[in-house]
Design a protein around this ligand. Sequence first.
Ligand code: NI
Length: 257
Amino acid sequence: MTLLFDTHTHLDSPKFDEDRDEIIQRAKDAGVHMLVNIGFNRETIPTTMALAEQYDFIYAAVGWHPVDSIDMLPGDLEWIERLCSHKKVVAIGEIGLDYHWDTSPKEVQQLVFREQIRLARKVGKPIVIHNRDAHEDVVRILQEENAAEIGGVMHCFSGSWETAKQCLEMNFYISFGGPVTFQNARVPKEVLKRVPLDRLLIETDAPYLAPHPFRGKRNESSYVSLVAETAAELLGKSVEEIGAITTENGKKCFGID
Ligand code: NI
């Protein structure tokens, strides 16, 4: 059986309230033997921790999303720091910059991003990066804050090869999700082919960004197999090989085992 590691998912989302256990079982049946659930604000951090405590194969990342950065209060950074000593917390994230949704001013986003990179260096955890329409500032801040010291994941990577190269130089893994399966995803497909095999990760970002042929529908972790299939086709490998490579990479990135 093909074993798969979904390195970025949100199974605590209310979109799974009706059938969460079924969705988790379906992921297991599809070969997903490890996943990282991402808690990114006041509501989703506790629900993520609950899932990580309930299921052996679910790990947690906790951080403050750029879209929510305006809501970060004094004390929240300390909260995240305390959670980092929990044995199932493997990363700080998702953190970064989002210039698409204008809910938090850029200066606030950048400050919250910087503070969390500093925290990650302090506690020695990798970071999971959310980057939407902000490639230049994300790379600049990662460089200025010396993120190479901890590395992490460029989640659902959508940038150019030039950006990918800069991130690889800073010890980041490049993770691909549903969008790489879309027929018109020329750039992501080209970038995936050029990423060194030992830096490649796959993910769903469920319930968002469902892969082809479920585009626009609710995504779920079992669909990470469709991302693996696309990667296998592009790289001329079997899905089993992609599963093994990305599992190994994910374990190394997140310090599991
Ligand atoms: Ni996400």
